[in-house]
Write a protein that binds this ligand. Structure first.
Ligand SMILES: [Zn+2]
Length: 187
Protein backbone atom coordinates (compact mmCIF):
# COMPACT_ATOMS: atom_id res chain seq x y z
CA UNK A 1 0.00 0.00 0.00
CA UNK A 2 1.33 3.42 -1.04
CA UNK A 3 1.77 6.04 1.69
CA UNK A 4 -0.79 8.83 1.63
CA UNK A 5 0.43 12.18 0.21
CA UNK A 6 0.35 13.85 3.64
CA UNK A 7 2.60 11.28 5.34
CA UNK A 8 5.32 11.51 2.67
CA UNK A 9 7.11 14.59 4.12
CA UNK A 10 7.02 12.97 7.54
CA UNK A 11 8.57 9.80 6.17
CA UNK A 12 11.31 11.79 4.38
CA UNK A 13 12.06 13.70 7.56
CA UNK A 14 12.30 10.42 9.46
CA UNK A 15 14.73 8.99 6.88
CA UNK A 16 16.88 12.14 7.13
CA UNK A 17 16.96 11.85 10.91
CA UNK A 18 17.90 8.19 10.78
CA UNK A 19 20.72 8.91 8.29
CA UNK A 20 22.02 11.84 10.33
CA UNK A 21 21.91 9.69 13.43
CA UNK A 22 23.87 6.91 11.73
CA UNK A 23 26.52 9.33 10.48
CA UNK A 24 26.78 10.93 13.90
CA UNK A 25 27.06 7.57 15.60
CA UNK A 26 29.71 6.36 13.16
CA UNK A 27 31.84 9.47 13.59
CA UNK A 28 31.57 9.13 17.36
CA UNK A 29 32.58 5.47 17.38
CA UNK A 30 35.36 5.92 14.81
CA UNK A 31 36.88 8.70 16.94
CA UNK A 32 36.85 6.62 20.07
CA UNK A 33 38.03 3.41 18.38
CA UNK A 34 40.94 5.31 16.78
CA UNK A 35 41.92 6.53 20.23
CA UNK A 36 41.63 2.99 21.60
CA UNK A 37 43.57 1.16 18.91
CA UNK A 38 46.08 3.67 17.54
CA UNK A 39 49.30 4.72 19.25
CA UNK A 40 48.58 7.34 21.86
CA UNK A 41 50.21 10.50 23.08
CA UNK A 42 52.54 13.24 21.94
CA UNK A 43 55.59 11.03 22.39
CA UNK A 44 55.95 11.27 26.16
CA UNK A 45 56.73 7.77 27.45
CA UNK A 46 56.01 6.25 30.84
CA UNK A 47 58.93 4.94 32.89
CA UNK A 48 60.16 1.54 31.80
CA UNK A 49 58.83 1.66 28.22
CA UNK A 50 60.29 -1.22 26.21
CA UNK A 51 61.20 -1.30 22.53
CA UNK A 52 58.04 -3.38 21.98
CA UNK A 53 55.54 -0.97 23.59
CA UNK A 54 54.25 0.43 20.33
CA UNK A 55 50.89 1.34 21.80
CA UNK A 56 52.77 4.57 22.58
CA UNK A 57 53.34 6.98 19.71
CA UNK A 58 56.86 7.60 21.06
CA UNK A 59 57.69 4.04 19.92
CA UNK A 60 55.22 3.53 17.06
CA UNK A 61 56.19 6.71 15.19
CA UNK A 62 59.92 5.89 15.14
CA UNK A 63 61.56 5.26 11.80
CA UNK A 64 60.86 1.53 11.15
CA UNK A 65 64.51 0.76 10.36
CA UNK A 66 65.66 2.45 13.56
CA UNK A 67 63.07 0.54 15.60
CA UNK A 68 64.03 -2.76 13.97
CA UNK A 69 67.72 -2.18 14.77
CA UNK A 70 66.87 -1.15 18.31
CA UNK A 71 64.80 -4.31 18.90
CA UNK A 72 67.63 -6.49 17.61
CA UNK A 73 70.06 -4.71 19.92
CA UNK A 74 67.69 -4.99 22.89
CA UNK A 75 67.38 -8.76 22.35
CA UNK A 76 71.16 -9.11 22.28
CA UNK A 77 71.47 -6.94 25.40
CA UNK A 78 69.21 -9.35 27.32
CA UNK A 79 71.80 -12.08 26.69
CA UNK A 80 74.24 -9.87 28.62
CA UNK A 81 71.65 -9.36 31.40
CA UNK A 82 71.06 -5.79 30.29
CA UNK A 83 67.48 -4.53 30.14
CA UNK A 84 67.18 -1.67 27.72
CA UNK A 85 64.31 0.80 28.07
CA UNK A 86 63.35 3.75 25.90
CA UNK A 87 63.15 7.02 27.83
CA UNK A 88 62.28 9.02 24.74
CA UNK A 89 61.72 8.25 21.06
CA UNK A 90 59.51 10.08 18.58
CA UNK A 91 58.21 13.41 19.89
CA UNK A 92 55.49 15.69 18.57
CA UNK A 93 56.56 19.24 17.77
CA UNK A 94 54.53 20.46 20.74
CA UNK A 95 56.26 18.03 23.11
CA UNK A 96 59.69 19.01 21.75
CA UNK A 97 58.83 22.69 22.23
CA UNK A 98 57.74 21.96 25.80
CA UNK A 99 61.07 20.22 26.51
CA UNK A 100 62.93 23.19 25.01
CA UNK A 101 60.97 25.68 27.12
CA UNK A 102 61.72 23.58 30.22
CA UNK A 103 65.42 23.46 29.32
CA UNK A 104 65.55 27.25 28.89
CA UNK A 105 64.01 27.61 32.36
CA UNK A 106 66.44 25.04 33.82
CA UNK A 107 69.65 26.31 32.18
CA UNK A 108 68.78 29.98 32.28
CA UNK A 109 69.40 30.81 28.61
CA UNK A 110 68.52 29.66 25.10
CA UNK A 111 72.21 29.25 24.27
CA UNK A 112 72.84 26.84 27.15
CA UNK A 113 69.55 24.98 26.58
CA UNK A 114 70.57 24.43 22.93
CA UNK A 115 73.43 22.22 24.16
CA UNK A 116 70.82 19.72 25.35
CA UNK A 117 67.53 20.22 23.56
CA UNK A 118 66.98 21.00 19.86
CA UNK A 119 64.14 23.01 18.37
CA UNK A 120 61.08 21.26 16.88
CA UNK A 121 62.44 22.11 13.41
CA UNK A 122 65.80 20.42 14.00
CA UNK A 123 65.29 17.62 16.51
CA UNK A 124 65.84 14.11 15.14
CA UNK A 125 63.33 13.00 17.76
CA UNK A 126 60.56 14.93 15.97
CA UNK A 127 61.37 13.16 12.69
CA UNK A 128 61.43 9.77 14.48
CA UNK A 129 65.17 9.31 13.89
CA UNK A 130 66.50 9.26 17.46
CA UNK A 131 66.04 7.38 20.72
CA UNK A 132 67.18 8.09 24.26
CA UNK A 133 67.82 4.80 26.04
CA UNK A 134 68.30 3.89 29.65
CA UNK A 135 69.22 3.03 32.29
CA UNK A 136 72.87 4.20 32.23
CA UNK A 137 74.10 0.58 32.10
CA UNK A 138 72.03 -0.12 28.99
CA UNK A 139 73.14 3.13 27.34
CA UNK A 140 76.75 2.15 28.04
CA UNK A 141 76.12 -1.32 26.57
CA UNK A 142 74.63 0.21 23.42
CA UNK A 143 77.51 2.69 23.25
CA UNK A 144 79.90 -0.28 23.13
CA UNK A 145 78.00 -2.70 20.87
CA UNK A 146 75.50 -0.46 19.04
CA UNK A 147 77.58 -0.24 15.85
CA UNK A 148 76.87 -3.94 15.22
CA UNK A 149 73.24 -2.91 14.75
CA UNK A 150 73.94 0.41 13.03
CA UNK A 151 73.13 2.35 16.20
CA UNK A 152 75.47 5.19 17.07
CA UNK A 153 75.78 7.86 19.70
CA UNK A 154 75.61 11.31 18.13
CA UNK A 155 76.87 13.57 20.94
CA UNK A 156 79.64 13.35 23.54
CA UNK A 157 77.44 14.99 26.17
CA UNK A 158 74.48 12.62 25.68
CA UNK A 159 75.54 9.01 26.28
CA UNK A 160 71.86 7.98 26.01
CA UNK A 161 71.05 9.46 22.57
CA UNK A 162 71.30 7.09 19.57
CA UNK A 163 70.56 7.37 15.87
CA UNK A 164 70.64 4.90 12.99
CA UNK A 165 73.86 4.87 10.95
CA UNK A 166 73.60 1.73 8.78
CA UNK A 167 77.20 2.11 7.52
CA UNK A 168 78.42 1.67 11.09
CA UNK A 169 77.92 -2.10 10.78
CA UNK A 170 80.93 -2.21 8.43
CA UNK A 171 82.77 1.02 9.16
CA UNK A 172 82.08 1.71 12.83
CA UNK A 173 80.30 4.79 14.11
CA UNK A 174 81.21 8.24 12.75
CA UNK A 175 82.90 10.82 14.98
CA UNK A 176 80.64 12.33 17.60
CA UNK A 177 79.83 15.99 17.99
CA UNK A 178 80.76 17.47 21.38
CA UNK A 179 77.12 18.54 21.82
CA UNK A 180 74.09 19.36 19.62
CA UNK A 181 75.28 22.94 18.94
CA UNK A 182 78.12 21.47 16.82
CA UNK A 183 75.65 19.41 14.76
CA UNK A 184 75.27 20.97 11.28
CA UNK A 185 71.57 20.06 11.39
CA UNK A 186 71.16 22.58 14.20
CA UNK A 187 72.72 25.46 12.28
ZN1 LIG B 1 67.89 12.35 22.34
Amino acid sequence: MAPSPTSRPVLLLLIVFVLLGAVGYRSLTSTSSAADSGPVGDGELPDGTSVYDDEHSGIAELDPDLLRALRRAARAAVDDDVDLVVNSGWRSRAYQQRLLDEAVATYGSRAEAARWVSTPDNSPHVSGDAVDVGPARAAAWLGTYGDRYGLCRTYDNEPWHFELRPAAVDEGCPRRYPDPTYDPRNR
